[in-house]
Design a protein around this ligand. Structure first.
Ligand code: 8LQ
Length: 466
């Protein structure tokens, strides 16, 4: 079997809960992480039909889907055949949960095995529910512990989890991994009134080695610290790992956080459905972008029209396949995000492909303006590098006739407004390729997000969200 050289590689997955790597090893599973990628792919190609057969046999959702596509799970023995497996889209999952409440007919495990229920906030549509099995929860924790080890977190370290513990799976995933790694976990949370300000005191007191949040939250925390004359460098945080939105791989955001906290920023995260969502993650020795830990979740970057994997070096949309989940397994879940992947030597020695600049954003959030594609993160990156930027902005998209226009309202905290406006206009012109109107407003004009930021205000009639 192709997976013989891989530590604890079996289906269904299960891990020795007492295992910890050699303390001097940078790797949790040295073979799995540094093996010849072709050998790893061969093992993955043996696993895929097992997972697909399992989903087909245990869920009406996948049976229906594959019967309709005329697909026999046992025939998925080549990459070409795998590329024909129809993608799953989130709308289908939502519909399945409406038709077969509360968790849809893609659960695959008996109700008695459900261990955790989670849900999304539903800000972008009907909320989705997750029903995660006991075995899966353990495997998720193991995988996240392994990835945290790769980031440089070690047993005994204090891990401060500073994100929502309600309708957000991110915090729970970070916590479960840190617990399995035998860390001291502080499930601090976020979202209740006054918590950000109080976090300053708790961080000073607990001096955590690692900290988890969304990038927006860390920026907010840095701002509150400044207002309250606290120096966040004194918290002694060595590793700040983030998921949930672009930011950790946006150079100006990353620099701002690294400087404010005197720390190392680590990007990670796929989608809540894809938990163990840290399967895309940077490491201690490969700090930029994210590595794709293919033996945990199989990541493809696909053409957004054909859903076929694009060659390394090209851009596309991530499509994810669980290799270890038995509850609500996702097979070729379409993210509708945008990224570029690459296969090159990684500084940490792991032989995984990577997304060298992370996930830029969602296809739907990309602004198409007179033949140019503009990512909201590019605008963020420009503004944050200009001295005096007040920390928040909004991008207003309008339409006059058949032409889209964008205007940026940016906060400024200084005395030379016209200088700032000039710098912002020319910086934006450089990255957008078009003249962009800039309106300068006072610092603190806009609300700060303590979860995921949304800075685009789309005023075009045809794209208005219902
Ligand atoms: N998204 C998530 N992580 C991202 C990252 N590192 N860079 C850019 N965009 C990212 C629980 C985890 O944080 C995953 C999560 O946030 O799940 P959600 O709430 O289902 O949101 C998933 C979306 O967040 C992705 O599709 C990306 O658009 C973004």
């Amino acid at each position: 079997m192709a997976g013989d050289a891989m530590e604890e590689w079996h289906w269904p997955a299960g891990y020795d809960q007492e295992y910890l790597p050699d303390p001097d090893s940078p790797y949790w599973f040295p073979n799995r992480e540094t093996m010849d990628p072709e050998e790893r792919d061969a093992a993955i190609l043996e696993r895929l039909p097992q997972v697909i057969q399992y989903a087909y046999d245990n869920s009406p959702f996948y049976k229906r889907k594959y019967d309709e596509a005329g697909l026999e799970p046992k025939d998925i023995t080549t990459w070409e055949a795998f590329s024909q497996v129809p993608v799953v889209v989130k709308e289908e999952l939502r519909q399945a949960q409406i038709d077969a409440p509360p968790f849809g007919d893609y659960g695959c495990i008996p109700d008695s095995e459900v261990h955790h229920i989670h849900g999304t906030s539903g800000t972008t549509g009907t909320p989705t529910g997750f029903a995660i099995g006991r075995r899966d929860w353990e495997v998720i924790a193991d995988n996240h512990a392994r990835i945290l080890w790769g980031m440089g977190v070690r047993p005994g370290d204090t891990v401060f989890v500073s994100a929502l513990f309600s309708l957000y799976l991110g915090s729970w995933g970070a916590m479960s991994g840190a617990e399995r790694l035998r860390c001291k976990v502080f499930p601090y949370g976020a979202g209740a009134s006054g918590m950000t300000s109080r976090a300053l005191g708790w961080l000073a007191r607990t001096q955590p080695k690692a900290f988890y949040a969304t990038p927006s939250y860390a920026l907010r925390l840095a701002e509150v610290a400044e207002e309250e004359k606290v120096d966040p460098r004194e918290f002694g945080i060595k590793i700040m790992f983030f998921s949930g939105e672009p930011g950790a791989s946006v150079p100006a955001v990353r620099n701002k956080i690294e400087k404010a906290f005197d720390t190392r920023v680590v990007d990670c995260g796929t989608m809540a459905e894809m938990t163990p969502f840290m399967s895309a993650s940077a490491t201690d020795g490969s700090p930029d972008g994210m590595l794709l830990w293919q033996d945990i979740v199989y990541h493809e970057i696909c053409d957004p029209d054909t859903y076929k994997a694009v060659p390394y070096g090209d851009e596309g949309t991530p499509v994810y396949t669980h290799l270890e989940r038995t509850s609500q397994p996702m097979i070729r879940l379409l993210s509708k995000d945008l990224s570029r992947w690459e296969m090159k030597e990684n500084g940490c020695g792991r032989t995984y492909p990577s997304m060298p600049v992370g996930v830029y954003g969602r296809i739907d959030d990309m602004i198409h303006i007179r033949g140019e594609n503009v990512y909201p993160t590019e605008i963020d990156n420009v503004l944050r590098e200009i001295s005096g930027y007040g920390g928040e902005h909004r991008v207003i998209v309008t339409r006059t006739g058949s032409m889209d226009e964008i205007k940026v309202r940016a906060e400024y905290d200084g005395s030379d407004t016209s200088e700032f406006e000039k710098a912002a206009s020319s910086g934006l012109h450089r990255v957008v390729g078009l003249r962009v109107g800039v309106e300068v407003v006072e610092k603190d004009t806009f609300e700060r997000s303590e979860h995921k930021a949304n800075r685009v205000v789309d005023e075009r009639e045809h794209t208005k969200k219902q």
